[in-house]
Design a protein around this ligand. Structure first.
Ligand code: CDP
Length: 202
């Protein structure tokens, strides 16, 4: 079993996905965006499925068939993420993934605290609300999504609050996580800083 696990947590649009993907490519590690699991259950819920059984029966196709980037799916994902049985059902999938060789990078909200508390490297990526909202705005505009910066700010604020205040696995930095604020960093600078830290640990 490998313990080459890199846990990258943080609030919405903090750069976790971009940074995690880049780190996994540099190390040739497997990469799991755990937000996609919650988004897929959110998408199924919007279609009328019951979220707990959707989570218990999640299959890889669910991660491919929906447009999981949509802002309305992010919102409903953070609502179904409140349900402890949904979280429990997704836990084993994430833990199995973390054992892949030669190592795995997982990004999410509770990787360092709950999913992989023994991860060799834990990072908590954060950034100011304004910079997170404008990054997400430009990402979505590039994909032709019609949404205002104002709406994104509101949605991210609501999601952060729900994620931080929920009772089951709230969004919080693990005590042994390295906190990195990316507000004033370019993507390259953020990747370089995270990679230097990872290298010091693995
Ligand atoms: O990409 P972004 O940071 O906006 O969101 P995401 O990582 O795709 O996560 C969508 C929602 O799923 C979050 O707002 C959380 O409520 C939930 N989530 C979670 O509860 N635990 C995780 N490990 C990952 C996501």
């Amino acid at each position: 079993m490998s313990n080459n696990v890199i846990a990258i947590d943080g609030p919405a649009a903090s750069g976790k996905g971009t940074v995690s993907k880049a780190i996994s490519e540099k190390l040739q590690f497997n990469y799991l965006d755990t937000g996609k699991l919650y988004r897929a259950i959110g998408a199924k819920y919007l279609e009328g499925y019951e979220p707990i059984s959707a989570a218990q029966n999640l299959d890889n196709n669910d991660l491919k068939i929906y447009d999981l980037q949509k802002p309305e799916i992010a919102q409903v994902a953070s609502e179904i993420a409140l349900i402890p049985e949904v979280r429990a059902a997704l836990l084993q999938f994430q833990r199995n993934f973390s054992k892949k060789l030669p190592g795995a990078v997982l990004d999410g909200r509770d990787i360092g605290t709950v999913v992989c508390p023994d991860a060799k490297v834990k990072i908590f990526l954060t950034a100011s609300l304004d910079s997170r909202a404008s990054r997400r705005y430009f990402e979505l505009v590039k994909q032709d999504t019609k949404i205002s910066l104002e709406t994104i700010l509101d949605q991210i604020r609501q999601r952060d609050e729900r994620d931080q205040k929920r009772r089951s696995s709230p969004l919080v930095a693990a005590v042994d996580a390295k906190v990195i604020d990316t507000s004033d960093l370019s993507i390259k600078e953020a990747v370089d800083e995270v990679f230097a830290y990872v290298r010091s640990k693995i």
